[in-house]
Design a protein around this ligand. Sequence first.
Ligand SMILES: Nc1nc2[nH]cnc2c(=O)[nH]1
Length: 163
Amino acid sequence: MHHDESTPPTDFTALAVSRALDNVADGGKPFACLIVRDGEVVVEAVNHVAQTGDPTAHAEIRAIRAAAEQGITDLGGYEVVVTAYPCPMCLGALYYAQPDRVVYAASREQEGEHYEDGNRLMTLATFYDEYAKPVEERALRAEQGSVEDPTAPFRAWSARHAD
Ligand SMILES: Nc1nc2[nH]cnc2c(=O)[nH]1
């Protein structure tokens, strides 16, 4: 495992696991996320899917949103510490937020030995594979609608932002 000596990831990883355990004790799912800068936790969040019914209320998404509410809209200079390697939704959100590094406690494989989310379209094991498939082969059915000018919004945006 590679990490900077100045910011050993193990301490915060243990904290993320501890927060996830607290969430399970509160009736929640076993996930927590910390956003760390210069050795300090600036944001923390736990999964609230069970508490709210919002299927997107994963720990990482909630942490990124809480950061934005504090004015932190780009995670450059920050580390994200999580209970388990992010799911594809949260990984996508992290690519948008652009932290310096993600540190995770459990791998997807370790998580999958003990936990399954319960979803009609995918399992923990198949979710990443979905993205590598052509659109028409994915479990989530998608069809292109017929509209005369589907690229109009993008051309309008480009015209507005051209210099
Ligand atoms: N890493 C992570 N994986 C999940 N799978 C389901 N919910 C979550 C979450 O909040 N975090």
